[in-house]
Write a protein that binds this ligand. Structure first.
Ligand code: IPM
Ligand code: MN
Length: 354
């Protein structure tokens, strides 16, 4: 008998519940096929609950999550709630309090998926961004002086601790080694302008590199990284960067891999509870129409099983997703897939069970 994993489900807002239920369908099928069990517990945090009760995310829920093996998230963001409240109150709060210090974003173009990059195919677009997920500009350090007056000043500080940077770099080196492709790790920074923050990053990078003699080190400024991601994405294997730059380049990454319908990510605490999510957001205009692409959520489920150690189940899901794209889907865009959200979930599930 295989293991039982305790998973917190957080469907959230907008299309989150629709895509997450397809993800759940698929991970349940993979568990059945590979002989392990999933104990899923639902949590209704998100915009609707906040509007109804004023509650965003109680400490008691965070304590429950600590006991879980993983969190599987749909989407956070509600059109009636001021931007920032739910993002900070739920998503960032979870990342920080569960110390999910890595945001892992694979950028992989599957055969049959359209990329806006001319002359680039699956052999060119296959890299992973390791984004620091608990520091940098996201800490909320700073404040206002003379707010609301003509002399107003706003300060937003980037926090980069040696420990925080080093653990992120070590994760990236380990990940690059275990991924075993071209074994190249690119530090993405801005050493020519941010001469404090990225001086620390750069020194730590080359110091940690000494422990990984088989990994080739590489450096690119963030602006140049954007340029190369479009012009020569095949140059990248693993990119490691800070929180803010990572946020920006991963949306660019999502676009070159075929868009928000397919991009997934993990918020990882290698020693604690990690959280997996499709990165597309709550997409209010597609909500409830059975048109949104569930593949990003399904791929997030695949990443989750992979991180739980269920490698065969994860590989099975990836194969099923690739087969669905190749044989059954017209497009990755909402409403243009050739099938509805639930039907795509059913097709992937059927391939997983094969
Ligand atoms: C992401 C998102 C979040 C971020 C938002 C929703 C706070 O864009 O996961 O990349 O900026 O980290
Ligand atoms: Mn983002």
């Amino acid at each position: 008998m295989g293991k039982t994993y305790n998973i917190a489900l957080m469907p959230g807002d907008g299309t989150g519940p629709e895509v997450l239920s397809e993800g759940v369908k698929v991970i349940r099928a993979a568990a059945e096929r590979e002989g392990f069990s999933l104990k899923l517990t639902n949590y209704d945090f998100g915009g609707e609950r906040y509007k109804r009760t004023g509650e965003i995310l109680p400490d008691s829920a965070i304590e429950e999550f600590r006991q879980m093996d993983a969190i599987y998230l749909g989407a956070i963001g509600h059109p009636d709630v001021k931007p920032g409240i739910l993002e900070k109150g739920i998503l960032l709060h979870l990342r920080f309090s569960l110390d999910q210090y890595i945001n892992l974003r694979p950028v992989k173009l599957y055969p049959g998926v359209e990329t806006p990059l001319r002359d680039k195919g699956p052999e060119h677009i296959d890299f992973v961004v390791v984004r620091e997920n608990t520091e940098g500009l996201y800490c909320g350090a700073g404040g206002f002086l003379k707010k609301g007056t003509p002399d107003e000043v706003a300060i937003q500080e980037s926090i980069n601790s040696r420990k925080g940077v080093e653990r992120c770099l070590r994760f990236a080196f380990d990940y690059c080694k275990q991924r075993n492709r071209s074994k190249k790790l690119t530090l993405c920074g801005k050493t020519n302008v941010l001469t404090f923050a990225f001086d620390l990053w750069e020194r730590a990078f080359y110091e940690v590199a000494r422990d990984y003699p088989t990994i080739q080190t590489d450096y690119a400024h963030v602006d140049a990284t954007c340029m190369w991601m479009v012009k020569n994405p095949e140059w990248f294997d693993v990119i490691v960067t800070d929180n803010m730059f990572g946020d920006i380049i991963t949306d660019l990454g999502a676009m070159i891999q075929g868009g928000m319908g397919i991009a997934a990510g993990g918020n990882i605490n290698p020693e604690g509870t990690s959280m997996f999510e499709p990165i597309g957001g709550s997409a209010p205009k597609y909500t409830g129409k059975n048109v949104i692409n569930p593949l990003a959520a399904i791929s997030a489920g695949q990443m989750m099983l992979d991180f739980l150690g269920e490698k065969a189940a994860a590989a099975r899901i990836e194969q099923a997703v690739m087969k669905t794209i190749k044989q059954d889907m017209k497009s990755m865009s909402a409403g243009k897939m050739g099938h509805g959200t639930r039907e795509i979930g059913d097709i992937v599930k059927a391939y997983v069970l094969e």
